[in-house]
Design a protein around this ligand. Sequence first.
Ligand SMILES: CC(C)(COP(=O)(O)OP(=O)(O)OC[C@H]1O[C@@H](n2cnc3c(N)ncnc32)[C@H](O)[C@@H]1OP(=O)(O)O)[C@@H](O)C(=O)NCCC(=O)NCCS
Length: 135
Amino acid sequence: MSTANTPTLLPPPERHAVLRVMPMPSDANIHGDVFGGWIMAQVDIAGSIPAARRAAGRVATIAVNAFTFKQPVFVGDLLSFYAEILKVGTTSVTVSVEVYAERQRLELEVVKVTEAVLTYVATDNQRKRRPLPPV
Ligand SMILES: CC(C)(COP(=O)(O)OP(=O)(O)OC[C@H]1O[C@@H](n2cnc3c(N)ncnc32)[C@H](O)[C@@H]1OP(=O)(O)O)[C@@H](O)C(=O)NCCC(=O)NCCS
């Protein structure tokens, strides 16, 4: 996982964002800083996308293995979420999620704001774990 968070003008061009979303005033405190819990919820959704694809169905988040808020997020930032599978087990899929914010401060900049690693478990209709299907 890259640790670079130097501002640039564009998100990583070679990668496809699984999710893009813009926080609104209701997602922030009175100073316009977005709540960490709101970002965590979006990261959970973003990570579940490749996990559910690999599981070919329902998944549940079993663990947030790592989570770092590297830079603040502000109301009006355009957030792009990049998620990739790091590890596949018998029932679990571990995913890394990186979040970039595109924003207009003094000038347009793109900065990595968050990185996280989450584990999802494939579940059945009774919410019990189930083996991942073969690829
Ligand atoms: C998901 C759930 C059905 C799994 O059932 P379980 O009996 O606890 O599952 P296990 O302990 O056998 O673990 C299942 C897999 O998760 C992995 N796992 C368990 N704890 C983990 C942890 N802390 N970190 C990473 N992986 C973990 C296991 O290694 C196993 O992987 P594998 O099958 O690929 O080897 C159950 O834990 C559950 O319902 N949890 C609540 C999920 C939820 O509601 N999430 C939303 C948050 S409110």
